[in-house]
Design a protein around this ligand. Structure first.
Ligand SMILES: Nc1ncnc2c1ncn2[C@@H]1O[C@H](COP(=O)(O)OP(=O)(O)OP(=O)(O)O)[C@@H](O)[C@H]1O
Ligand SMILES: [Mg+2]
Length: 590
């Protein structure tokens, strides 16, 4: 042995840790703070088939946590076994892990909690005889018979009393309570079939009866007004089912944001999925504000691994990309429902005629043939994609049974009566949405027809606009602007699109180039959206434009056939509804 290695610290000798120390270290993985103990105990109750669970915390769970259930219970032997590490009734082989339905599967939680607290469990498998076990720091103190109803009560006192390092890192009672409450809420949202009562420091904090839907559960937790902010999502993509509630764009940012995500019945965290859901809001809300979401994903068990996180807070997907796309699609679809429109009081409406209050099916609406005189109606032949439903100036639309009687207010809004209230459409925003979708279609799928100018026009641009022209020239061409450079910073325009008779094409082109100066957008999709939104905004009819009946009806039909009728392209509403309920309240009729 060399002189150098002789100076190695003596502690380098290896020794097996005493079981109690090993258990405490392992416990640290599972039980990080009171909230994790609460989560594990409640999940055990659910796995035991409980239909009612009562949770009582003292001092944020730092002093005590008690979870009682009416599940299957344990007899004396099972109870003692449950306290051993790796003792579980939930799986038998590693293969059982695939598609495991229970929350638990490791046999770790109870012994982990037991090793770092004073624990008392009493349990019974049939009304009457039961057993109570008391454990301190992992050692069983005593086992005694007890009389109780079927089910289990676990009481955890002085969590981390023997792990000073952990104890030091506990936060204030308030913040530990908040974190425990978050975990309880996640469970309550997941398992709406269960009755859940929660108290903190003797005060009732949550009292949730079984709920039939996510909305009812959300209302039970945060109140009815909060639950009304959401639109239902429900979409199947291949083997995946995405459902839940997504916040109405008009409401996003006006209340605390809450996000809940469950995968195959387990609450999980997943920033990627939340981002995918949020990206479905693009063009419906202002960038930067983030929606509340309650989403449940169900997918085949063998494409998701639930055993990748010590507290089971995360899962791993075999094909993350397709899960994210399915979520994005489901949210986008929900935002396409007219029910996602802004409203004042009460529930929302649908585009479907009042006489048939069937659920709205935007796909059916969009399959409806577009009016003959639509966007780009003149000029080169229109492909099937671009025969749009812009503004039809023909009053023939008066014959349409599917369009309600429309009134124009202040030359700005269209108003009509529908279902549960009065609906207002902002004519500019609505037209903008219609044109935006048509332009996107054109940019992504082909070229739009345009109208040749009798006298080509020359526009003199500033250097920045000339630059914007150069980088968007090909896309502008696709939109129907036939434009060539004409020396210096000038361009010559020989054909333009004709979305509606009042369209001032040259002004639109100039304004668009002005708006696009300085743009450096990363992706083609982003450039398309930016250009389509800019041209749509400039090309749309304005507030103050008087509309004929035919035009109003065409606007209504056109809006109904867009994918996101209730939202303009800048994150504002195109539609606002005032419910009869709300009006009656305001007039003191209710
Ligand atoms: N409230 C309860 N009612 C009935 N049985 C229970 C209850 N809590 C625990 N058990 C039994 O004790 C066993 C051990 O529980 P523990 O939480 O330690 O492990 P697990 O739930 O199987 O797995 P995990 O460590 O992943 O939670 C369970 O498998 C279950 O059989
Ligand atoms: Mg468990």
């Amino acid at each position: 042995m060399s002189a150098g290695s002789a100076e190695l610290p003596r502690a380098a000798r290896i020794a097996v840790l005493p079981p109690a120390v090993a258990d405490q270290i392992a416990a640290g993985e599972v039980v990080e703070r009171p909230a994790s103990a609460v989560k594990e105990l409640v999940e055990n109750a659910l796995d035991a088939g409980a239909s009612t669970i009562e949770v009582a915390l003292e001092n944020g769970g730092r002093t005590s946590i008690r979870v009682s259930d009416d599940g299957c219970g344990m007899d004396r032997d099972e109870l003692l076994l449950a306290l051993e590490r790796h003792a579980t009734s939930k799986i038998r082989t590693a293969a059982d892990l695939v598609g495991v339905r229970s929350f638990g599967f490791r046999g770790e939680a109870l012994p982990a909690i037991a090793s770092v607290s004073h624990l008392e469990i009493s349990s019974s498998t049939g009304d009457g005889d039961g057993t109570t076990v008391r454990v301190a720091g992992g050692s069983v103190l005593d086992v005694s018979p007890t009389t109780r109803r079927t089910g289990t009560t676990v009481s955890v006192a002085r969590l981390f009393y023997n792990v000073p390092a952990r104890l030091k890192f506990l936060r204030s009672a308030r913040s530990e309570w908040r974190s425990a409450a978050d975990s309880l809420i996640a469970t309550a949202l997941c398992r709406r079939d269960v009755r859940l009562g929660v108290s903190h420091d003797g005060k009732n904090a949550l009292s949730l009866p079984p709920a039939s839907t996510m909305r009812v559960r959300v209302a039970g937790i945060w109140g009815g007004a909060f639950a009304e902010r959401f639109v239902e999502a429900d979409d199947v993509s291949g083997p995946m089912h995405v459902s839940g509630l997504v916040e109405r764009p008009a409401d996003v940012g006006t209340a605390s944001r809450r996000v809940f995500l469950a995968v195959n019945g387990r609450p999980v965290r997943d920033a990627g999925i939340v981002r995918a859901a949020e990206s479905a809001y693009r063009s419906t809300i202002t960038p930067g504000v983030r929606p509340s979401l309650f989403l449940e994903i169900v997918l085949p068990a063998d494409v998701v691994d639930v055993n990748v996180h010590p507290a089971k807070a995360e899962v791993r997907f075999r094909d993350r990309w397709s899960v994210e796309r399915a979520v994005e699609h489901a949210v986008r679809r929900a935002l396409g429902e007219p029910s996602s429109a802004a409203f004042v009081g009460g529930r929302s409406w649908s585009f479907a005629p009042t006489a048939t209050p069937a659920p709205v099916d935007v796909e059916v609406l969009s399959a409806r043939p577009a009016p003959a005189d639509g966007l780009f109606s003149a000029g080169r032949a229109a492909g099937p994609d671009v025969a749009g439903s812009g503004l039809d100036a023909q009053p023939t639309a008066a014959l349409r049974p599917d369009v309600p009687p429309l009134v124009q207010l202040r030359r700005t809004y269209l108003m009509f009566e529908r279902g549960e209230g009065v609906v207002l459409i902002d004519q500019h925003s609505a037209h903008e949405r219609i044109l935006f979708e048509q332009f996107m279609n054109v940019l992504e799928r082909g070229a739009a027809p345009s109208q040749r100018l009798l006298f080509p026009a020359t526009l003199h641009l500033g250097p920045a606009e000339a630059d914007a022209f150069e980088s968007n020239r090909e896309l502008l061409q696709r939109l129907g602007f036939d434009v060539e450079p004409f020396g210096g910073h000038s361009i010559i325009v020989s054909a333009v699109p004709m979305p509606h008779p009042r369209f001032d094409a040259l002004r639109c082109l100039r304004d668009t180039l002005d708006a696009l100066t300085g743009d450096r957008l990363p992706s083609a999709a982003a450039r398309h959206e930016r250009l389509a939104a800019t041209v749509a905004c400039k090309a749309a009819i304005k507030a103050g434009d008087q509309l004929s009946l035919g035009e109003m009806q065409a606007l209504f039909v056109g809006l109904a056939s867009t994918t996101l009728p209730a939202h303009d392209v800048h994150g504002r509403s195109t539609i606002v509804q005032i419910t009869w309920d709300e009006l009656e309240r305001r007039f003191g009729r209710k």
